[in-house]
Design a protein around this ligand. Structure first.
Ligand SMILES: Nc1ncnc2c1ncn2[C@@H]1O[C@H](COP(=O)(O)OP(=O)(O)O)[C@@H](O)[C@H]1O
Ligand SMILES: O=C(O)C1=C[C@@H](OP(=O)(O)O)[C@@H](O)[C@H](O)C1
Ligand SMILES: [Mg+2]
Length: 175
């Protein structure tokens, strides 16, 4: 029996924090299903995140993101990796609060090295990457901080290691 007793685990945090990568690993370790919200969005719309931003704008994407989250949260025994901007809409918190919310907190320097060559994140194209990451973090940090659990990740920690640390920290917030 999982320590979470079927309750979903939501990963939140900045682009490049490792939500998708660590989420898959966490699901394995918990014997849970794994859902990446961005992936569900791409599957159900038949379009890439880049295409959706181009066609619908960020506002259109946020609406789809919220609709998808509303559907996912009806299920149990899932690790759900969200997109980094899911915390921006107040409504989404009512979905996230169905489960345990974990913030993967990764220094901007490390996000920068991970995302320098990335072309799949529309908000980071054709901008000064480091400045943009700093700006987004400044705008979002207080929201990420509303998670139940904050896991500060350093450079040498593998996804497996991060997943293990999340699992070890869960009992401290389940009372
Ligand atoms: N703990 C880690 N150590 C090294 N590389 C990582 C780690 N976590 C994620 N990555 C890499 O960083 C990039 C972004 O990871 P991803 O899981 O897509 O982040 P997110 O879903 O939070 O945006 C990917 O190339 C991934 O392989
Ligand atoms: O932070 C954001 O606003 C976004 C993060 C992305 O997901 P990841 O956090 O998995 O990169 C994706 O949802 C979209 O590009 C917008
Ligand atoms: Mg992701």
């Amino acid at each position: 029996m999982s320590i979470l007793k079927g309750v979903n685990l939501y990963l939140i945090g900045m682009m490049g924090a490792g939500k998708t990568t660590v989420g898959r690993e966490l699901a394995k370790q918990l014997s849970y299903g794994f859902v990446d919200a961005d992936n569900v969005i791409e599957q159900t719309t038949g379009r890439s995140i880049n295409q959706l931003f181009a066609l619908e704008g960020e506002a259109g994407f946020r609406q789809i993101e919220s609709d998808v989250l509303a559907q996912i949260c009806a299920f149990t025994k899932l690790v759900i990796s969200t997109g980094g901007g899911v915390i921006l809409q107040q409504k989404n918190w009512s979905y996230l609060r169905h489960g345990l919310i974990v913030w993967l907190d990764v220094p901007v320097e490390l996000l920068y090295t991970r995302l320098a060559e990335d072309t799949t994140r529309p908000l980071l194209q054709d901008v000064d990457l480091k400045q943009k990451l700093l700006l987004l973090l400044e705008q979002r940090q207080a929201l990420y901080n509303q998670a139940d659990l904050r896991i500060s990740v350093s450079e040498e920690e593998t996804p497996t290691k991060v997943a293990t640390r999340v699992l070890e920290a869960i009992p401290t917030v389940l009372k």
